[in-house]
Ligand binder design. Structure first.
Ligand SMILES: Nc1ncnc2c1ncn2[C@@H]1O[C@H](COP(=O)(O)OP(=O)(O)OP(=O)(O)O)[C@@H](O)[C@H]1O
Ligand SMILES: [Mg+2]
Length: 227
């Protein structure tokens, strides 16, 4: 542990959210932001599973920002397919609207939420459904973006009760992203090009949003460090 930071486990992080959620009426929304490949989706599922196991029922579900990717057909029509992953290749207004719906909907009323398939490389409508879950874990790159060039994203922050920024050193992110693009069918060269020309530019945009988070987390072995 370094001065000024504390180590915590996934279970403790989940317990923190449970305490905060129990202290308010209505749904509680945790937002996890961070650059591409930081491990946001993995962390979000981990927090959800810890919450559900500790509660003994399905108290939490994940609401991925990635479900609001425009479809490949839409991006092609917009001439944006090569830019997939950038802020304007998502339906940010739709994301904000559905987060608001989720906050306002009475418990028990089904609210379908789109997910994203890494096999199909397309959003899947109704991939998740909220009904009685009182804790929403939403995660994605641009949750904390506040940039006049992409104004719709600025509406997200007000709908989050707590936000975490998952920070990972650049070289680790680069390695993970190259590996993932290769698993998706790209050659090593093409994977590296995609990382340099697209992912890292998005990462820089996201890194600027870190000061807007309530907590910054860094993975430390099996634990997380809070700065
Ligand atoms: N704590 C971790 N330690 C090692 N590898 C990890 C960790 N968390 C995630 N990974 C790996 O890193 C890769 C990216 O993880 P994940 O998909 O959770 O990131 P992400 O932030 O959701 O990425 P994206 O922004 O592209 O959706 C995956 O291959 C995952 O297995
Ligand atoms: Mg993800």
């Amino acid at each position: 542990m370094t001065r000024g930071s504390v180590e915590t486990s996934l279970a403790e992080l989940a317990a923190r959210i449970r305490r905060r959620a129990d202290g308010q009426s209505g749904r509680f929304v945790l937002g996890i932001a961070g650059p591409p490949g930081a491990g946001k989706s993995t962390l979000a599922r981990g927090v959800r599973d810890e919450l559900n196991i500790a509660a003994g029922y399905r108290i939490a579900e994940v609401a991925p920002m990635d479900g609001f990717h425009f479809t490949n057909a839409q991006l092609r029509a917009l001439g944006q397919l090569a830019h997939k992953g950038e802020p304007d290749t998502f339906d940010a207004a739709g994301y904000v609207a559905l987060l608001r719906t989720l906050r306002d909907a009475p418990l028990g009323e089904p609210v379908p939420w789109p997910t994203y398939s890494r096999e199909l490389h397309e959003p899947v409508s109704g991939g998740a459904v909220f009904d009685r879950q009182t804790i929403v874990v939403t995660e994605g790159n641009y949750l904390l973006l506040d940039d006049p060039a992409h104004p719709d994203w600025s509406g997200v922050r007000a709908l989050l009760d707590e936000t975490w920024y998952l920070d990972v050193p650049r070289p680790i992110i680069e390695k993970r992203l190259v590996r993932r693009h290769m698993r998706g069918g790209r050659t090593l060269e093409a994977a590296k090009t995609k990382v340099i020309e697209s992912d890292l530019l998005n990462a820089r945009l996201v890194e600027n949003t870190r000061p807007r988070a309530d907590l910054t987390l860094r993975k430390s072995g099996r634990a997380y460090r809070i700065d």
